[in-house]
Ligand binder design. Structure first.
Ligand code: ADP
Length: 629
């Protein structure tokens, strides 16, 4: 049977394509300028192969000219141009890409960076235009042609005159609609922004007629008068920093680039350059800010890297390129190996992106480790700004990244009185120390005075002071480091107690059980138990918690706004059986039970204060203090 060819309603197809491929109308300019750049690439390549030395690369450029009066935006290039056949084939057939064919014929070449491939970009101009006119003269020809179309109803081609080879694309900008402001595509400042945004790294100068105004002196008049004039400006940077050789780029330039692009007032703390040549080649220029950006730890902050394909911006913020735990990193990624979809707004294969992303993640990790090892001062500064983020990184996604991030952690160590990595802590542990001891609280000074830490410190062991709410979750998630388990100083069994002491205390607790239970009952549900502790040295009391929820977790949950779960720790009041205060309690228990209860109340309040918690009734506390005094 004879196969029949599909027919298509080309008008409808064009309409559909124009209005449904692209999410942003403004990218039409990117597409038209990319075509011009391709045309210049082609001319240079063709002339070189023909041995024609009259065409020099340095004379090539793209000229953008807005004309408000006639509502036209003209993009001109002195590239290869088109003859009548080219116009028929390339602009008359939708989805036919002359550029892709050219690239196929020419093969890979260092000097060529052809962007076009789908054969649809040109028509994106109809998103903003009533009519598009193309005036063009091909390299090697004296004839010039004019192609005109107002979109769906077809096109005309007729001979015309044109000086020099190249192409003018004259876009007749639509009238403003109710929702759409098309006139802004005639404003030079807006066009300039669009060029900077999407086409900054086109390799040829893009020169724009920029509208300016100046004051003119009018004799015998106080009224200032202004006149407008246009000035030709080159608006694109052409060669991106990341494409230049490492040693050709100064720190100054990198800093300026960062501040300009990412709206930061301060220089970046650290710059990471990546240049990968492999199955997927890419270059990346990454920055770690020197301070926590405003609103960084909120939902409003958006992560992502800028994504370029051969110097043309594809995505302003590609979230998939950077993992959550390094979301503070800013920068750009440029690869010519991405398979883009037809609108060039998205990628076809996420596999490529994933490869790049995992590569970038690893590189950032290595850089941070290097900083931690070789430039501690800089790393500590980084840690102040983004350490919290890394802690979240350990806890989030059910700890998926804990193994790769744990070495980057830093905590204040009591013995060395400075920040230490877990590795450093473990390396400095005395031989008989079995656990990694830690205490959680509001601040280092508060933790330094925490009674529960005394026994551990007296033993010559260091305690890690943890001051972020997420720290306990981090410790739970890690469980151990290099085979050493974490142990809270609040733990009933610290693993260092003198067995005699322990027995003594247990015996005493047994003997005084009735009084301890009485105190618990007097505290009226505030604590789940009153116990004796062998951990305390010079302090009379401390507050700890039984069960899974610690005091710090309770504090954390209480700060979550809204009707969150009312999660409470099971508080335990621990008394030091060798302290004077305990003997006072015993005396009172014999002579005056009420006084004993009030003493218990006072000790509980003291324990609260030491733990950095609020006392329930400060007036009552002062009253009790006066009474006892
Ligand atoms: P693509 O750029 O993806 O190939 P377009 O629809 O943008 O698709 O363009 C179709 C074809 O028209 C191009 O491949 C190219 O051959 C031709 N073309 C477009 N603009 C120009 C120009 N300024 N100079 C020369 N040829 C052009």
């Amino acid at each position: 049977m004879k196969k029949k060819q599909f027919k298509a309603e080309s008008q409808k197809l064009l309409d559909m394509m124009i209005n449904s491929i692209y999410t942003h109308k403004e990218i039409f300019l990117r597409e038209i300028i990319s075509n011009s750049s391709d045309a210049i690439d082609k001319l240079c390549y063709t002339a070189m192969n023909a041995g024609d030395t009259s065409v020099s690369r340095s004379d090539r450029m793209i000229h953008v000219h807005p004309d408000k009066e006639n509502r036209t935006l003209t993009v001109s290039d002195n590239g290869i141009g088109m003859d009548k056949d080219d116009l028929e084939n390339n602009l008359g057939i939708i989805a036919r890409s002359g550029s892709l064919n050219f690239k196929k014929d020419a093969g890979q070449s260092e000097d060529m960076d052809i962007i076009g491939q789908f054969g649809v970009g040109f028509y994106s101009a109809f998103m903003v235009a009533d009519e598009v006119t193309v005036v063009t003269r091909k390299y090697g020809s004296d004839e010039a042609w004019m192609w005109t179309s107002s979109g769906a109803d077809g096109y005309t081609i007729e001979p015309t005159a044109k000086d020099g080879v190249g192409t003018d694309i004259i876009i007749k900008i639509k009238a403003d609609g109710e929702e759409e402001n098309y006139s802004e595509y005639l404003e030079s400042y807006h066009i300039k922004n669009l060029i900077r945004k999407y086409s900054d790294y086109i390799r040829y100068p893009i020169r724009l007629d920029v509208e300016k105004s100046r004051k003119v002196d009018v004799p015998d008049s106080d009224e200032p008068k202004y006149e407008t004039y246009t000035e030709l400006e080159t608006v694109n940077s052409m060669i991106p920093l990341w494409q230049r050789n490492k040693d050709e780029v100064t720190d100054e330039e990198l800093n300026e680039f960062y501040k300009d692009k990412f709206f930061d007032m301060k220089d970046p703390a650290h710059v990471i350059r990546i240049d990968v040549d492999g199955s997927i080649s890419y270059k990346a220029l990454l920055f770690i800010p020197s301070a926590t950006p405003m609103g960084y730890y909120t939902k409003e902050y958006q992560k992502g890297l800028e994504l370029y394909s051969s110097g043309v911006m594809i995505m302003e913020r590609c979230e998939d390129l950077i993992p959550e735990h390094f979301r503070f990193v800013k920068g750009v990624v440029d690869s010519r190996d991405l398979s883009l979809n037809i609108s060039r707004e998205l990628l076809q294969h996420n596999r490529q992106l994933r490869t790049i992303a995992s590569n970038i993640e690893k590189k950032i990790r290595q850089e941070l480790k290097k900083l931690q090892d070789n430039d501690r001062e800089k790393y500590e500064k980084f840690w102040q700004s983004f350490g919290l983020q890394l802690k979240y990184g350990i806890v989030n996604e059910y700890g998926a990244h804990r193994e790769t991030l744990k070495d980057l952690l830093m905590y204040h160590s009591s013995r060395e009185n400075k920040l230490q990595s877990l590795k450093e802590y473990v390396d400095l542990m005395p031989e008989d120390q079995k656990y990694i001891y830690f205490a959680v609280g509001e601040s280092v000074p508060m933790l330094e005075n925490l009674p529960q830490t005394e026994t551990v410190k007296d033993k010559g062991y260091s305690v890690l002071y943890m001051t972020d709410e997420v720290d306990e979750f981090v410790v739970n998630m890690l469980g151990e480091y290099e085979g050493k388990q974490f142990k809270s100083v609040n733990d009933k069994d610290l693993g260092i107690e003198d067995e005699e002491d322990k027995k003594d205390t247990e015996l005493k607790e047994e003997e005084n059980k009735v009084m301890l239970d009485y105190l618990r009952d007097c505290l009226d549900g505030k604590v789940s138990a009153v116990r004796l502790s062998h951990k305390l040295k010079s302090h009379p009391v401390c507050l700890t918690a039984d069960g899974e929820v610690s005091l710090e977790m309770e504090k954390y949950f209480s700060t979550i706004p809204g009707d969150g779960p009312d999660i409470k720790a099971q508080r335990v009041l621990e008394l030091n059986p060798t302290h004077k205060a305990f003997y006072m309690l015993l005396d009172a228990w014999q002579l005056d039970k009420d006084r004993c209860a009030r003493l218990g109340e006072l000790l509980y309040d003291q324990a609260l204060l030491i733990a950095g918690l609020k006392v329930d009734n400060p007036a009552r506390l002062t009253e009790l203090m006066w009474e006892m005094m």
